[in-house]
Design a protein. Structure first.
Length: 171
C-alpha cells in the first residue's frame, strides 16, 4: 500500500462557525471540476485573500459545523488543491466529513484545539495519534486518531485510489 500519512504542519487559517460549502467554494465557481481552478476561488467569500496567501501544508481551523450546506464534493477538493493539508474544527457537517475522508483530506474534530488555536499560529498534527500541537503557544491537544485503514486511504489520496490499490494487491 502507500507510505503512511505523516506529520502535517503549517500556518493556521482561523474561521468561525457554520462555514458552509458555499464559503469554501462559491457555487458560481462550481462549473468546473479542475482542482487548480477551484483552488483559485477557495474560501474567497470567507477571506478574499486566502487563495493568494495559503501555502502548501497550511491548516484550516474552524468552529462548529464546518462544511455545512450542500453535498459539494468540490469543497474538500478546493481545500486540497489550494494546499491545505488538513482541517481542525469543533465539529463537521456529516456530509462534509464523509466527502473529506473519501477524497483523502485529513480532518480532525477537536473542540479544545479549534477554540484555542489563533490565526497565524504554526500547527503540527500527527494523524496516527491524533495529537495536535500549537507550536506557537506550546499547547498540545488530543483529537481522535484515525484507524490504520483510514490513514492508508488518506495517504493514497482517497477512497478511489485506496480501492484500486486493494484490488491490485489481491490480483
Amino acid at each position: 500500500m502507500a507510505k503512511p500519512l505523516g506529520r502535517l504542519q503549517g500556518r493556521a487559517w482561523k474561521f468561525g462557525d457554520h462555514i458552509d460549502t458555499d464559503a469554501i467554494i462559491p457555487a458560481r465557481h462550481c462549473n468546473t471540476a479542475d482542482p487548480a481552478r477551484l483552488a483559485e476561488h477557495c474560501m474567497e467569500d470567507a477571506d478574499p485573500s486566502f487563495a493568494g496567501r495559503v501555502a502548501p501544508g497550511d491548516i484550516v481551523v474552524a468552529g462548529i459545523n464546518f462544511g455545512c450546506g450542500s453535498s459539494r464534493e468540490v469543497a474538500p477538493i478546493a481545500l486540497q488543491a489550494s494546499g491545505v493539508a488538513g482541517v481542525v474544527a469543533v465539529s463537521f457537517a456529516r456530509i462534509f466529513f464523509r466527502n473529506a475522508i473519501n477524497l483523502g483530506l485529513p480532518i480532525f474534530e477537536c473542540p479544545a484545539a479549534a477554540t484555542a488555536i489563533a490565526d497565524g499560529d504554526t500547527v503540527a498534527i500527527e494523524p496516527a495519534s491524533g495529537v495536535i500541537h500549537d507550536l506557537t503557544t506550546g499547547a498540545t491537544y488530543q483529537a481522535e486518531p484515525f484507524p490504520e485503514f483510514l490513514l492508508q486511504l488518506m495517504a493514497l489520496g482517497g477512497l478511489h485510489s485506496y480501492v484500486q490499490a486493494r484490488l491490485a494487491a489481491h490480483e
